[in-house]
Design a protein around this ligand. Sequence first.
Ligand code: GYE
Length: 334
Amino acid sequence: MKVAHIFVSFLAFVVILGSGCSRQPSSLFTPQPDSNSDITPKKNYEDLIVGYAQLGAESEWRAANTISIKETAENLGVELRFLDAQQKQDNQIVAIRKFIVQKVDIIGVSPIVETGWEEVFQEAKGAGIPIILVDRRAAVPEDLYVSYLGSDFLEEGRKSARIMADLVNGKANIVELVGTVGSAPANDRYTGFREILQEYPEMKIIDSESGDFTRARGREVMRRFLQKHGDEITAVYAHNDDMALGAIEAIEEYGLKPGVDIKIISVDAARGAFEAMIAGKLNAAVECNPLLGPQFFELALKVVNGQPVPKWVPSIEGVFFPEDASEILPTRKY
Ligand code: GYE
């Protein structure tokens, strides 16, 4: 596990250096190089007070993510102050301000959308409290957060398009179920998918609408797509499993066979997606790993102790298909 983390961190460094960007965090949050690694760290997990502004409980992914954060804190003995913002950015901002007043050591936040964070992050910086972005990025200058821990959403979009191209032999009328409007995963999964589609002129996105990453909204939007386009639709690209599961229900109601008449790909690869693949109703699941708790607290402790951390710690992710789903499902942790 340790070796894997070190490898991931090293990889992240290589990616950052290779990209040629100057990504040095500045001022207050500049992690102090470890001049002597034998020096005992100033704090242990038991001394850490962490404020965590979770964005909500919209999906199976989020449920697994929250459990991972809470369980890891408990196992490590970290004092965690956790808030579920119920899908509202304002609630996340209020939570961050509360953590600042409480003088926590460090704040973790999964920004519901990319924009609108600068002011409150500036306040945290002014109070000397570092911020780690977990799962979703925020569009802020790099000196306003210490590190981003999460997936490469652009690559997830690209992978989805490549797999879709194989499934439909380069020809399809696709409808897209977009995640929460303005969120990093929705923005990047949208863009990455289109990037690859340029190579396939006969794969067309005939409709695209947000289902807000929930099953209920996925079902509702898919019903509308079917009313509008009927059996012209040959494929669904869902930005997460929950929306795909909602779409599967709508397709069945409409009298078509999900996975057969209409090919479906979703991102996350949570338990529900595996069950749908086993039932032959989902054609592929692109993995997005929610189990970020261990990496988050490891990063948090390093930052609080002034050790250097990468600006981006990417998660390692795969792709799953129905043929292997029954064998793999029992090994899945979410
Ligand atoms: O894919 C979706 C969730 O931010 C990566 O948010 C996360 C996304 C995940 O609601 O299911």
